[in-house]
Design a protein around this ligand. Sequence first.
Ligand SMILES: [Zn+2]
Length: 358
Amino acid sequence: MTDARALSRRIASLLAEERNRLADFLVALADFDRQRGWGTLGYASLFQYLERELRLTSSAAARRVTAAALVQRFPAVVEPLRDGRVCMSVVYELSKALTPENASEVLPRFYGLSKREAEALVAELRPVANPPRREVVTAVVRIAPPVRVSAPAGARTAAPVPERTSPAKSERVQPDADLFSAAARPRDEVEPLDAELRRYHLTVSKAFLAKLDAAKDALSHTIPDGDTEAVLTAALDLLLEQTARRRGLVKKPRAAAPKPSDDPRHVPAAAAREVWRRDGGRCSFRLPDGSACGSTTRLELDHILPVALGGKPEVGNLRVTCALHNRLAARVMFGDRWMDQFTRDRTRAAALPGGDGP
Ligand SMILES: [Zn+2]
């Protein structure tokens, strides 16, 4: 009994220490983010820093990005985290609910809540901003007879829309857009069914469904059964072809060489194509550990020696980078003060690859 009591005291003290360390960690991380320390080290975002330098999984990194942003916006959450009134699993929910106007009133309502209770409270606080709009279109396994899976409006609503409660005015929440864009983006759900098939849950608007139906009508000669996957595949093929053309990646380049452009920024299609192929269609910016960033989103062609300094649009002077590293490279070249004249973007934690969510 005495042994158990002594051990329990030690466990309790370790727990207190762990919470303390967590609060200190988040305060330090928030400072690091505020100073854009990750940018100085060559990372495109705080997320990339956590994932690549600290080797966190994408979901762990995403949770900490959310927490660091929350601590920056609302320093009042630090003490409740330190003494255990708020736990890490609730931070993501808090980030959806807190605004500068409601923080002092709403924060205490999260004390001692589990993740599920916090989710319920967020739903209560944000009835207008966050309706459970799950008009889920369920994919059908191949062996089933072809079924049109376009959901007529309201036909397959998975969750009934609850009665709208009228919150007191002070409770009405305008989620912080900045905080929201990074970590709280709604994610699609993909569920593996077998080696090939995936069930894809996607929350869409009625306008999307109307467009989908219009596309099915337009393609009714070539895709008579209106198979959603076939229609969307056709649409995506068109889109990808168009994007590839814009990037100069068309399969058959024009036979005659286009006449040279006077614009020093103009990159000839042939050069763009070669650089794209060489860099594998990924950001080639080198991170501190020597590996390439590898991002496949918001890609741009970057002049290694800038045009302003006489850099030519030639293969040897071009590389594929993500927009964040393109800007970071310019900052390194021209300095923060110069770049701040042109952009208010502080390259904050905007580049959050689709992780599996906090
Ligand atoms: Zn990059």
